[in-house]
Write a protein that binds this ligand. Structure first.
Ligand code: 5GP
Length: 216
């Protein structure tokens, strides 16, 4: 009776560094097969666990700036002294194929997307407490003390920006956070503004035909 838009949903997920969004998103991707995670580009140095083309595309600052000039990015931002950006290619293609696309990006980039694509879905993942956030940042053991302090200060500011998003998910327990995000995505598909056409005729004749057996 109704025809809804088949186009995929653009899902923007932000979280302060250390909120555990990486684990939440990996679990989500394992469970849902109609999801595609966009691989970002960055000028930051690779960490031990990073894999070129899988976690990020790594560029020098100069290479990144050349790409900005070329118009290669859908959005980009500077975060903790490095560039991060979403390559434009593939995103439109995936959405047209009906695949949902996840952008795992920080707030400045998310707000650029909000201007460009206001109908995108904006989800903020929150750490359960600031103590837990600190524990996760320190426990990661990959950054220097100065970097950890810098990231903690940025995270503290970011938490105040949560109201710019549509949904907030507290990551107290990974499975719990994942099922909340799945529910949000499902709900999004039911929004009335996805309806393209209501395949119903209001004509008297049609109603009469439908109700004919009731007139006996
Ligand atoms: P990390 O260095 O910990 O991998 O990422 C630092 C921050 O950059 C995270 O908040 C992450 O979400 C964000 N980020 C990763 N990719 C992008 C991107 O393409 N654009 C923007 N704006 N932020 C990104």
């Amino acid at each position: 009776m109704i025809k809804t838009r088949k186009r995929g949903t653009l899902i923007v997920i932000s979280a302060p560094s250390g909120a555990g969004k990486g684990t939440v998103i990996s679990r989500l991707l394992e469970k849902e097969n109609n999801l595609w995670l966009s691989v970002s580009a960055t000028s930051r140095a690779p960490r031990t666990n990073d894999i070129e083309g899988v976690t990020y595309y790594f560029y020098s600052k100069e290479e990144f700036e050349d790409k900005i000039k070329e118009g290669y990015f859908l959005e980009y931002a500077e975060y903790a002294g490095n560039y991060y950006g979403t390559p434009k290619k593939f995103i439109e293609e995936k959405l047209n194929e009906g695949i949902d696309v996840i952008l795992e990006i920080e707030i400045q980039g998310a707000m650029q997307i909000k201007k460009l694509i206001p109908e995108a879905l904006f989800i903020f993942i929150m750490p359960p407490t600031l103590q837990e956030l600190k524990r996760r940042l320190v426990g990661r053991n990959t950054d220097s003390k100065e970097k950890i302090i810098e990231r903690f200060k940025i995270a503290y500011k970011e938490i105040n920006e949560v109201s710019k998003y549509n949904y907030v998910v507290v990551n107290d327990e990974v499975d719990n956070a994942v099922s909340k995000i799945e529910a949000i995505i499902k709900a999004e598909k039911c929004r009335v503004d996805r309806i393209e056409e209501v395949l119903l005729s209001n004509e008297e004749e049609y109603i009469h035909e439908l109700l004919v057996d009731m007139n006996d």
